[in-house]
Design a protein around this ligand. Sequence first.
Ligand code: DGJ
Length: 533
Amino acid sequence: MAGAASAQAAAPIPELVQKNGKYALIVDGAPFLVLGGQANNSSNYEATLPKVWPAIRDMHANTLTMPVAWEQIEPVEGKFDFSFVDTLVKQARENNVRLVILWFATWKNTGPSYAPTWVKTDNKRFPRLTNKDGTTSYALSPLYDTTREADKKAYVELVKHIKAIDGDQHTVIMLQPENETGVYGAARDYSKKADALMAKPVPAALLKKYNKKPGDWNTVFGKDADEYFHAWSIATYIDDIVAAGDAVYPLPTYVNAALKDPLNPDQPAGSYASGGPVYSVIDVWKAAAPHIELLAPDLYTPTSQSYEKTLELYARPDNALYVAESGNSPVYARYIFSALGRQGIGFDPFGFDYTGYSNHPLGTTKTDIEMVKPFATVYKLFEGMDREWAKLSYESQVWGVSEPDDHSDQALDLGAKWNATVSYREWQFGLRKWDPENKNGYPEGSDVPSGGVVVAKLSDSEFLVAGMNARITFGAGKENAKKGMLLDRVEEGHFEGGKWVFERVWNGDQTDYGLNFTGQPVILKVRLATYEQ
Ligand code: DGJ
């Protein structure tokens, strides 16, 4: 009986669920929105954690993403040390945040720098791949059982340990096996072993995915054969590792991608990380790695055209959108609105701790509270409603946009009854067309694009709306075209323990010129109505 009661009390293991192409990360039995902050690469030591927690706290993040390195847990083959993992999990609980753990092993930014010395200095047992010109690459080859089995053994020990210390609490909610896989400078391993494998028939699962007839790799995939072969080799390698971890404790897993330029499909493989989960090989990864829940982009391209295109490419009915990394310059903070509008399950920008390291020009030069502020502003908006938002995203309909670089308006199609326009650089009073020469200038904070809005459907004519540095103007959709449209009631409020707490009603000046969000974001509940005319 006692056993049954405690089994009942233990919440289920985190899980990624899918319904009609929509996703939710279920944590403790309910949808969870990851408002993450990723620590710098070498912050995975107990001595550094005091510089990590204050940044995560200042950021209002609900999740810390932290590497755990193979070299750290298995410095000597077969001897494991999980003291950092123990400390990390304990302190995460004290700081009331969840953890995403990154497994830096065979691949970290494509190279094996985080593999233990006994691995990275033993090319005989753990071979590196061969470049096209016959020279040896810096990256390990995915074609050797020795390497995969050694990595797998350590990963499984890590998963076992997480289960032992966290199986009943679920502080750890996701794992990222490896980091930015692939190789630069080559499309694949050009060793004799690799050539022999390429001459063999393409595996059935891949043929099926691409609807192709049997044949060897070059015959089936032509100019794409080298990259597809490398992607398949890496993806099956990691899938095998993940399957072994899942057999112990099946936490959701994802792999992150060092991106291929989304606006240049002709970029040659090897000038980006060939074989990694870039957008053009998502199908290869899906066929090769059924145990990996999702493929996630690392977004360090600040322009809105490029950023939005990548979000679009990774938000697919067969792939939940999760921004695994993003630059930490102020311009990136607004993209949370776009990611959530595409039903993203979370956002996890990179470089959030106070260790003094800046990855400028990828991110900001700032390493203090100034770095955190733009993200904290947005996270604060969602922190009270992270669960509600995740539930609405999974069960209802959501929309979201962020300010384009050219500050142009964006249209939201909210269905047959309603639509909306989001505009930027607006004062709260009046219309921009009244000031064609821009004599009034732009509001403070709109010198760089920073605006964004999210909308979630609560019922046919009621929406939850949140935003910053933007105006949203609702309008009548096709079904209501002949009627007059009005804002029936606009409530400002917040969420507490999952319940809406009313603060005030907006009317008059506050609603005459659209609903205006400033640099201090707010949450509104908007009820729309029509009148006969
Ligand atoms: C992407 C990698 O995944 C991160 O670990 C880090 O190296 C950044 N690039 C650059 O700071």
